[in-house]
Design a protein around this ligand. Sequence first.
Ligand SMILES: [Zn+2]
Length: 414
Amino acid sequence: MGLAVTDATLNGEPVGLRAQDGLIAEIGPGVVPQPDDEVLDGSGMALVPGLVNAHTHAAMTLFRGFADDLPLMVWLEEHIWPAEARLEPEHVYWGTRLACAEMIRTGTVAFWDMYWHPEAVARAVEDAGLRAVVAAPLIDGPDAERAREDADEALDRVRESSTGRVRAGYAPHALYTVSLESLEWVARRAAEREATIQIHLSETQKEVEDCIAEHDVRPAFHLDRAGLLGPNTILAHGVWLDNDELDLIAERGATVVTNPVANLKLAVGGVFPYPAARERGVEMGIGTDGPGSNNSLDLFSDLKTFALLQKNDAFDAAAVNAAETLRLGMGDASSLLRSPALHGGDPADFLLVRSGAPEMAMGELDAGLVYAASGGVVDATVVAGRVLMSGGVVDGADEAVRKAQECGSEIGVR
Ligand SMILES: [Zn+2]
């Protein structure tokens, strides 16, 4: 049995689609369902690729709305870290399932995650039906050797549970929580094991000042010294990167992921230098960051905020346009994030968007999606040919909400 989409539009033209075994078997104007196909009625809908949330900590849905409106370090040290110390794998599983339900509802088909108990994250992603790159944060405690062994073991556990939709990676947390020696170890191990790397970089000005004071170089050069800047590395934030760092990152082919809403909410005081990065051909993506610091996982809201923030910062309404913002959201501005979309033989990952919704009915689709839409315009989300949401209803969402609430009570944040 396959899946068929009827009467949708693609780039304004009528289109049908058939998916079989997780891939798009046929797409085009004359494509019709086969006898046993599950059918999604696409009338009044636009067929579009799904969104890629390139930086998040999904299970932090458990901390959404908990201890909000505090300075960053007070929020982390006095509230989040003590609560995180009480987390069991089952809490992380349900926190991630809740995040997946929200991402499915708002059109995200794949995400890059960094969080504790990554095997529970991987299990949640598989059960929810999304795609993800899952990594445990590596933080050098008193025993750096142990932290590295844990990271290796975590990678094994995620790989064991892999079905092709989940990939494992390394996630050294940041250069202020991980020693140069451990960063070098990650670069070596990731190359040996063909794994990706995710790390926070230049989120705050203090991080840059401390790095210069301690290591005598700016953060991107410090990571390069460790061998960590390469085409398989995601650099989350990059707010305070200067032009020399952007030149280096462009040359190395690492991807910078901007998180505009989280940066605003945590008041980092700067804006990711997107025009300078674009000019240099830096690979880029966009993320929500964790739901504890955003607080939404609706990437449409980050797309709009990104475009507005960049226009305002440049004193130029033409500084970014809707089409390039949408490409950023679909992972198309990075060879690491990009996945083939909407051609025969590609993975059957796509959305049906209500192009007749009041906020979408007029004007260009790109502009509608970036400036007018919320995730509420997504009617159907399909990943690997499986319908995860249709008619705006996500399979399993009620259970995820109830279980996550129970977990919240258990760890004392609710
Ligand atoms: Zn983060």
